[in-house]
Design a binder for this molecule. Sequence first.
Ligand code: AQP
Length: 336
Amino acid sequence: MSKQRVLSGVQPTGNLHLGNYLGAIRNWVEIQDQYDNFFCVVDLHAITVPHDPKTLADDTYKIAALYLACGIDLQYSTIFVQSHVTAHSELTWLLNCITPLNWLERMIQFKEKAIKQGENVSVGLLDYPVLMAADILLYDADKVPVGEDQKQHLELTRDIAARVNDKFGKKKEPVLKIPDPLIRTEGARVMSLTDGTKKMSKSDPSEMSRISLLDSPDEIKKKIKRCKTDPIKGLVFDDPQRPECHNLLSLYQILAGKTKQEVATECQDMGWGQFKPLLTEVTIEALKPIQDKYKEIMDNKDYLNSVLQEGKAKAEEVANTTLSRVKDALGYLPSL
Ligand code: AQP
């Protein structure tokens, strides 16, 4: 029996942080040998908010190199750049014409990001979830491993696919496969270091709010030293009054590879002065091998280009087949 397919991606909008790693990439790595995986650098999504053309290409390389450095293995996985496969844009247009506007207006991420943009909100930001649906549906993905923040977009993808099947599919032959989210509870929502009620995010204006995968040991030390805590002694999980405490203990638990119970016992009598150096040490240690591998890969652009070229060819083959199937179902005259 052939393996089920997985599709996921990250935007090249800055350095990856612990949220992207623990909520997404680490999980891709753990399950990759069980699936046929496609991981893309979603550069079309990156321009849904104002972007700098001078850094987009470099950021795209960076994310691809970080995928490899974090352990994505080409034996099981295909890495490619979204804009290199034109079917993503084309399917988005087709899905745009089938998706009701009010489905998009309900999206929480749109509302949150739109507030930050003021009057400059682009149509692209509203359309972000349809592009994401196209990314996933083009690959007939069975599973989509993402962080908790993407759950609503995944539900929308399922609704769009169901609508296409309902309107244009034949009874026993759906046009599009309906994917399932794959959200692990551990690391699914890593919170900001400066506010334990907000998710860690690349677009937070404060560098102090996140630990980037490429931060130096000194930067990591400084960020953890200054991160928001509370004046209570004894550190506990799951206290709604202490969101920062829960977040920092959770980070420690995952990065140290310990169980929740082990960490709860170890930290129950600790103060922040004792805990922060521990968290600093495990973070630096966990990121060191990723940073070393990243440098090696970035020093060999020929290799990186060959990975992306091969990825593009594999991705195009699958994506173009799905696109033809959708166009056929919609009644288009085949290309002459
Ligand atoms: N804080 C987080 N905790 C757990 N998972 C997270 N992800 C993002 N932030 C967290 C997961 O990372 C994957 C890639 O995300 P993305 O870069 O494509 O977009 P995003 O979700 O919008 O991430 P950011 O960091 O918040 O970027 P900006 O600020 O540019 O929008 C997804 O699987 C996501 O769930």
